[in-house]
Design a protein. Structure first.
Length: 328
């Protein structure tokens, strides 16, 4: 395990970007100049996710390290590319910030402070934890964020107010522990992934601009599309890390109506002396009970696979630790 107190701090700031020529220069320059007395060195990494404007050339001109995707692959994969590059650069601290200018780089020290003081392995800016700091933004987006946060709270059994904010900081251990699969986004999946692995997560209330100054969000431009695609990523993570709950609820939803139909048929037989004309209830109920049993067995098998996966992820953590230490 890594102790942040024992390290020479090397900060890498990741900026995923797609067609952000209007704001990328200001974000890079402010990240480069924000005072960080506890950091020995810093690098800014811009992940150009298939931009068709001057985003990449502006980043290079300002001295940022560029990671390029030849085509747009999604902000989830852009973050993963940035994370790998940060670890290759020997980062002990990693900050992710959006390129659209909604987040204030001057708040990076506040975001890092719980990690510096060894009270957290991961921090995220929170727009909604402090009611006085809730940004001016469309009401439907505030509602959508709250629904998503409640869902993550239910799954993780921890309290979160804002699970979709892209302004975050990671210790080296938290970054090495992350294994993400979502292409569309990474925000909710990374919280669930780190919760499972016992990382300490802290929300830092911050005043954040609620709307972009230029351009259009590639993730949240369509709330229903965003909700659907994010929900798929969350459900996949829920299935993989909490399989008995995932399959158990499905099994229960099949079992209860199935048993109800069978009981209904038996009561009808006792009262009328015949199964007719409700034989359908017996066949349907029996099929549902059988499906419930199969689903429950699937959950038991998935629980076994979860143990294997966690062992493999621990081995991967140690392998990545050695790999990126050799690369420093």
């Amino acid at each position: 395990m890594y102790s942040i107190r024992d390290m020479d701090h090397r900060l890498v700031i990741i900026i995923p970007a797609l067609n952000e020529e209007a704001t990328i220069a200001e974000v890079i320059q402010r990240c480069q100049n924000v005072p960080l007395p506890e950091v020995c060195s810093r690098e800014v990494v811009v992940v150009d996710d298939g931009s068709t404007d001057e985003t990449a050339s502006i980043a290079r001109g300002l001295g940022a390290i560029e990671v390029s995707h030849p085509v747009n692959r999604g902000v989830g994969l852009a973050f993963q590319s940035g994370l790998r590059k940060a670890l290759e650069l020997g980062a002990t601290l990693i900050v992710n910030i959006d390129a659209d200018g909604q987040f204030n780089p001057d708040n990076i020290p506040s975001l890092l402070q719980p990690i510096f003081s060894d009270k957290a392995d991961f921090t995220t800016a929170s727009r909604f934890k402090d009611p006085e700091l809730i940004p001016v933004m469309p009401g439907i987006k505030i509602w959508g964020n709250r629904v998503m946060s409640r869902l993550i709270c239910k799954i993780s059994r921890q309290k979160f107010y804002d699970v979709s904010c892209g302004f975050r900081a990671y210790s080296r251990e938290a970054a090495l522990q992350l294994n993400l699969w979502g292409e569309f986004t990474y925000t909710q999946e990374s919280i669930l992934d780190l919760v499972v692995k016992g990382m300490r997560l802290v929300e830092v209330p911050m005043k954040i601009r609620g709307v972009r100054s230029a351009g259009k969000s590639r993730v949240a431009s369509n709330l229903f599309k965003y909700g659907y695609r994010a929900a798929i990523i969350i459900l996949n993570t829920y299935r993989d890390f909490w399989p008995m709950y995932f399959f158990g609820w499905i099994s229960l939803m099949c079992f209860l109506p199935g048993v109800s139909l069978v009981v209904f048929l038996l009561i009808h037989y006792v009262v009328k002396g015949s199964f007719s004309p409700h034989l359908w209830a017996g066949f349907t109920g029996g099929a549902l009970v059988f499906l419930a049993l199969v689903t429950l067995i699937t959950g038991v098998m998935a629980q076994m696979l979860k143990r294997i996966r966690l062992n493999q992820e621990m081995m991967l953590f140690y392998h990545k630790s050695r790999h990126y230490s050799d690369a420093d």
